[in-house]
Design a protein around this ligand. Structure first.
Ligand code: AHR
Length: 342
């Protein structure tokens, strides 16, 4: 561990012991800064990791933050400096620059948007600090970072379209005109871009699938409800809702109910297909309200820790790691609900 950060941690821990609280701001970064610490001894072997989380917009994001915090714990030999960028790329850039000036050993970043990372990643590279991308991708060339851990957002989008194909087949609607609305996540994020392109790659092979409109509902429940309400007011017939995360889906279902329609899997119900597969959403699949859940796995912390250990041992790592994901419908969901912790 570099001397400066070690001194800062020692200072932090002594302040913490005096005031007796468990989380104090370590720097003047905007956003929450959580310092994982309940132990006053620091050994030279501690690995310091600056983690720039993009926000706390969804149930998924909370689970992703918990996963990385649990894996990069003091018990596991880490000191994690967590920063919440609150959906602002400039906060992420500020946090990463602060991690660089504190000379952390590694930087983990969940990039809000795909574009705009070259300069900051170059600064980390120049400082010799390995960067691990978490969850989302960047458009910058892969030489700008050490490795990435995440999910295949394109495949998730394709899976949503394949689910829709099989639902329509089952309902005898395969060749009918189908009106689709799309609640998209944060525009310019790799989650929105990948899911949209993956879905569209199959949608464009169906002349009868009519995409009425797509709107950025920011991955939040409040926006999901607002946008869905607007769609239902504007269009006489909505057959399908593709919602790029569960939080927006919860809002959309509220709007559907309030407008006197029904989301479900019976004939004439609005077909809702959602991404993430958090516990509450899986329950709605079991109840036959959400037609299909495309999993996006937030549990990426363990893999990040394994990669750091490989780098510590001087081993070569891959440029890209993907976590496993499933698709849930009423047919298979019950065997997974009980074990879903988020
Ligand atoms: O990047 C992953 C997406 O971001 C998840 O689907 C969503 O819930 C989150 O906010």
């Amino acid at each position: 561990m570099k001397t400066r950060i070690k001194a800062i941690i020692a200072l932090f821990l002594s302040i913490q012991m005096i005031v007796g609280c468990s989380a104090l701001p370590l720097t003047d970064l905007s956003g929450d800064l959580y310092v994982d610490s309940d132990n006053s001894t620091i050994s030279d072997d501690v690995i310091v990791v600056g983690v720039s989380q993009l926000g706390s917009e969804s149930v998924w994001r909370t689970a992703n933050t918990a996963s990385v915090q649990n894996a990069l714990s003091q018990e596991n030999g880490y000191f994690a400096i967590m920063n919440n960028a609150r959906q602002k790329q400039e906060n992420q850039i500020k946090a990463i620059r602060s991690f660089i000036s504190q000379r952390v050993d590694y930087i983990v970043v969940a990039p809000l948007l795909e574009e705009g990372w070259e300069n900051t990643l170059q600064e980390a590279k120049d400082a010799g600090i390995p960067v691990i991308l978490m969850d989302r991708n960047v458009s910058a060339d892969s030489s700008y970072y050490t490795t990435s851990v995440g999910t295949d957002k394109w495949a998730e989008g394709e899976n949503a379209a394949k689910c829709l194909e099989s639902i329509l087949k089952k309902r005898g609607l395969y060749n009918r005109e189908i009106n689709i609305v799309v609640l998209e996540g944060t525009h310019g994020s790799s989650a929105q871009l990948g899911r949209t392109m993956g879905f569209d790659s199959i949608a464009r092979t169906h002349d009868n699938w009519k995409i009425l409109e797509r709107v950025d509902a920011e991955f939040t429940t409040i926006k999901g409800k607002e946008v869905m309400k607007d769609f239902l007011g504007k269009y006489d017939k909505v057959d399908v809702v593709i919602s790029q995360n569960d939080d927006m889906t919860f809002g959309a279902i509220e709007a559907i109910n309030e407008a006197g329609y029904k989301a479900g899997i019976e004939n004439d119900d609005i077909i809702v297909i959602s991404f993430d597969a958090c516990h509450e959403a899986l329950e709605l699949v079991e109840k036959g309200i959400i037609a299909a859940e495309i999993e996006c796995n937030p549990e990426q912390g363990e893999l990040i820790s394994e990669i750091i250990q490989m780098l510590e041992a001087g081993e070569k790592v891959e440029k890209e790691y993907k976590v496993e994901e499933l698709v849930f419908t009423k047919e298979n969901v019950s065997e997974y609900i009980d074990t879903r912790s988020y």
